[in-house]
Each structure stands twice: as structure tokens, then as C-alpha cells.
Design a protein around this ligand. Structure first.
Ligand SMILES: CC(C)(COP(=O)(O)OP(=O)(O)OC[C@H]1O[C@@H](n2cnc3c(N)ncnc32)[C@H](O)[C@@H]1OP(=O)(O)O)[C@@H](O)C(=O)NCCC(=O)NCCS
Length: 172
């Protein structure tokens, strides 16, 4: 059977996955920054959605959505930050990342969240509906085409001007 035909299971992360998730982020990002962000987001109880992709019993992908204080025209928006996300080098470009994003967005929607914000590859996230134009109305430490937003609830980010406040866990 070709590798691309092997079954990938997407499921919620558990505490038993912590070490494997840290190893995955270390391998995918080549450092400790994202490992630390994940640990601090968990420690600060900010995790809303955390999923893993499993192939043949091994964790090959991870995605985390966390609470992100957001306002638009003075009203609070129930938003999430998508970060970090990683697929094991050697397993990339097989659609695993895409499946993780779709599953995480579905879960965020199911939990009642209204929007998701990401700082990421501008050639990748728009295919899932993320828009730099939508995010450009949000004051943040970031600007430009890599800073993108997606509405889980249509109109959630409608308005003139808003802001996002990244929690200390991100170390910005
Ligand atoms: C980004 C990442 C999670 C994507 O996972 P994946 O399983 O390879 O994703 P998919 O198979 O669903 O999609 C692959 C697409 O991602 C794109 N992609 C991956 N890395 C990219 C990058 N640095 N810049 C732009 N596009 C990128 C590929 O070009 C490919 O696009 P294509 O379908 O047009 O060829 C994975 O490449 C990864 O872990 N990278 C290292 C860590 C990282 O950068 N995380 C994201 C932080 S925002």
C-alpha cells in the first residue's frame, strides 16, 4: 500500500501525548520556542482545542487553538489563536496539516467560537479561508500578509477597527 494511503487518525490530544508533541514540535521547528509556547498555554489554561494526527500509532502532527482576547469596534469577539501547528518532517505535504486545520476549525465552531487568527504562511492558510484583509483591521504585534483571520461565525469580525492581545504565553 502506498504511504499516502495509510490511515491518519485525527483525535484530541491527551496528557499522555505531551512528550511526543514536544518532540514533534522540536523536529518541525528546529528549536524549543514552540515547545515552550505549548507548555505555557497549557499551564495558563488557555488551550481551547488541541488535536494530534496519528499514523500507525505514532504522532505525526499537532495543532493547538488557544483563547485570544479580541475586540472589534469595542465589542468582544470570542476568538482563538491558531499556533503552533506542525507535521513531522518527512510526513509533510501529504495533506496531514490540512486535515488538522479542518478538524480544529470544526471543533472550534462546535465549541461556539466566532473567529480564528493565525500568523503563518500566506500561501497556505488562505486555502482554508483565512484572510489577511480581514486581519488587517485588527491591531496586533503583527501586520502584513502572514497575519490572517477567519470567521467561524459569519460577520464575527465585521467592523471598522479592532485588536488582539496575545497572552504572555506567546512570549511576544
Ligand atoms: C506548515 C505545515 C504544518 C504544513 O503541514 P503539511 O502536512 O505539510 O500540510 P499539507 O500537506 O496539508 O499542505 C502542504 C502545503 O503546505 C505548504 N507549505 C508548507 N510549508 C510552507 C511554507 N514554509 N511556506 C509556504 N507554504 C508552505 C506546502 O507548500 C504545500 O502546498 P501545496 O499543497 O501547494 O504544495 C508543515 O509544513 C510544518 O510542520 N512545517 C514546519 C512548522 C511550521 O512552519 N508550522 C506552521 C507555522 S504557521
Amino acid at each position: 500500500m502506498p504511504l499516502t494511503g495509510e490511515a491518519i487518525d485525527i483525535r484530541a490530544a491527551t496528557a499522555a501525548d505531551d512528550d511526543a508533541i514536544a518532540a514533534l514540535n522540536r523536529a518541525a521547528f528546529g528549536g524549543e520556542d514552540e515547545v515552550g509556547i505549548v507548555e505555557r498555554l497549557r499551564g495558563d489554561d488557555l488551550v481551547a482545542v488541541e488535536l494530534v494526527a496519528v499514523r500507525a500509532g505514532a504522532i505525526v502532527g499537532h495543532i493547538l487553538l488557544s483563547h485570544l482576547p479580541t475586540t472589534m469596534d469595542g465589542r468582544p469577539v470570542n476568538a482563538l489563536a491558531l499556533a503552533p501547528m506542525a507535521v513531522l518532517p518527512g510526513q509533510q505535504k501529504r495533506g496531514i496539516g490540512g486535515r488538522l486545520i479542518e478538524a480544529a476549525l470544526d471543533e472550534g465552531r462546535r465549541l461556539g467560537y466566532a473567529a480564528v487568527i493565525v500568523l503563518g504562511h500566506p500561501d497556505y492558510y488562505p486555502r482554508f479561508g483565512f484572510s489577511a484583509a480581514l486581519a488587517s483591521k485588527l491591531a496586533s504585534p503583527f501586520a502584513g500578509e502572514a497575519f490572517m483571520a477567519l470567521e467561524l461565525v459569519p460577520g464575527a469580525l465585521a467592523g471598522q477597527a479592532g485588536s488582539v492581545t496575545y497572552p504572555a504565553a506567546f512570549g511576544l
